[in-house]
Design a protein around this ligand. Structure first.
Ligand code: LLP
Length: 434
């Protein structure tokens, strides 16, 4: 199975110990199901791995952009992770979850003055400042509040992570961060150190998402530690924090590699410590910001099959009751997913088809070249695995389709909890003025 929380019993797909057909029956489809035990296990993997590799000062920050809702952020809080937020909305979610805001780091390449005020008002721990204008804006607003605001500077080390071009963010020509290579990073440090209302705590970089190769982190940390040493020599300034950005990749299909996170983090840890020794700089408190690898394999989407269309000599379509509105990742990135017929797991998958959604858009595809049993028919339940990251958080109301609910399940607690309720037509029209 593609994820270790998926099993089969009597030909029926089980997720996190639950019968998926029964879940579909009880809660309706489309349905996002999230396995709380898996989320917690993933959090613990990162916490332990970072503590072992970098010592007790290290802390993983969960990247809320992967999925953010109150009950999830509460789990992140209980597991002792920090939080990477990218908008006022994510801050509002953290506040509602009672998240300790001193452990929240505010990203985004373009924070408005209103965003900055809202974050400061609510005690945000750190701004991850993208550029010099932002440093000035934070300094000015912090001055008004009479505080000294901790910031990290987001730098681009100039690395192409050989991942999807659309999610590669560490290159010099990126819209994110300020480049080391062009001298803008050094200029920002000089500037930040001269300001009264910002406290420069350290540096951040993010080289890309869905990364499987630790080499990317090694190269990024080498450049960042080199920069830290250079800033010490130039300005007598020593960074206290180094944030290495997003986490490792996840498996969407069988051909994706299995990644040993503790072993990989240990590798980065050994390299970072060795490099610090060589450069005679103290080991900074390390941060990593995994999003996908905390929640992706904790998620599964269930759909009901509607039309099965066979076009003889061409192709076959299996339409489901969701689509790009709940999972736009194939439409955006051509992302791979594993699709299963949840009630027919003991049948041979001998029918090749495209699994498509119900939107008025031919690009509304969940996955192409899917193999399902040829008995697939109206009323069957399809399951798409590894949908916990960047599905709910990227969902839309295109065609005024209501978004599915998120059901949290836990075998350990023997619980099923609706974490986000299903949208209704009423919700969809709620903001319209008459
Ligand atoms: N930190 C920063 C600064 C980031 O930009 C990102 C992701 C992360 C952390 C989390 O990375 P992760 O551990 O999830 O790989 N919508 C795209 C992904 C965009 C990721 C953007 N930044 C997708 O669906 O694949």
């Amino acid at each position: 199975m593609i994820c270790d929380n998926l099993t089969v019993r009597d030909g029926i797909l089980q997720f996190g110990g639950k019968n998926t057909l029964e879940l579909a029956e009880r809660y309706g489809t489309p349905l996002y199901v999230m396995d709380e035990d898996k989320i917690r296990a993933n959090c613990r993997t990162y916490r332990t791995a970072l503590a072992d590799a970098f010592g007790p000062e290290a802390m993983p920050l969960y990247a809320g952009k992967a999925a953010s809702f109150t009950k999830l952020i509460r789990i992140i809080k209980e597991e002792g992770l920090g939080l990477d937020v990218v908008s006022g909305g994510e801050i509002a979610t953290a506040l509602r979850a009672g998240f300790p805001m001193e452990h929240a780091y505010f990203h985004s390449n373009n924070k408005t003055d209103a965003d900055i005020e809202y974050a400061i008002e609510n005690g945000i721990g750190y701004f991850v400042a993208d550029n010099r204008e932002e440093v000035d804006a934070v300094n000015a607003i912090a001055a008004r509040f009479g505080i000294r605001q901790k910031i990290l500077l987001r730098l681009t080390p100039g690395i192409d992570p050989h991942t999807y071009a659309a999610v590669a963010t560490g290159k010099v020509d990126s819209k994110f961060g300020s480049a080391i290579e062009t001298g803008q990073a050094e200029d920002m440090v000089r500037h930040a150190l001269s300001l009264a209302n910002v406290d420069l705590a350290g540096f951040h970089c993010h080289v890309g998402s869905q990364v499987f190769d630790s080499d990317v982190f090694l190269r990024a940390s080498e450049i960042m530690l080199g920069f830290i040493a250079q800033m010490r020599d130039r300005f007598g300034y020593t960074a206290r924090i180094l944030d290495l950005g997003g986490g490792y990749g996840v498996r969407y299909v069988e051909s994706d590699p299995v990644i040993d996170i503790p072993a990989n983090v240990a590798l980065v840890g050994a390299f970072v410590k060795e490099t610090c020794r060589a450069l005679s700089i103290p080991l900074p408190a390390i941060r990593m910001e995994p999003g996908r690898s905390i929640v992706a394999d904790a998620g599964l989407t269930l759909y009901t099959v509607g039309t099965v269309k066979r076009i003889p000599g061409y192709k076959n379509y299996v339409s489901v009751d969701g689509g790009m509105t709940d999972n736009p990742r194939f439409a955006l990135y051509g992302s791979s997913y594993t699709v299963m017929n949840a009630g027919k797991m003991d049948q041979i998958n001998d029918f090749s088809c495209s699994v498509v959604g119900r939107c008025c858009e031919s690009g509304d595809i969940i996955q192409e070249n899917v193999s399902l049993p040829s008995s697939v028919c109206r009323g069957d339940i399809l399951a798409v695995a590894t949908t916990g990251a960047y599905n709910y958080s990227m969902a839309s109301n295109y065609n005024r389709i209501p978004r599915p609910p998120v059901l949290l399940i836990s075998a350990e607690k023997n619980s099923e909890t609706v974490a986000v309720r299903r949208e209704t037509f009423r919700d969809v029209i709620a903001l319209d003025e008459d």
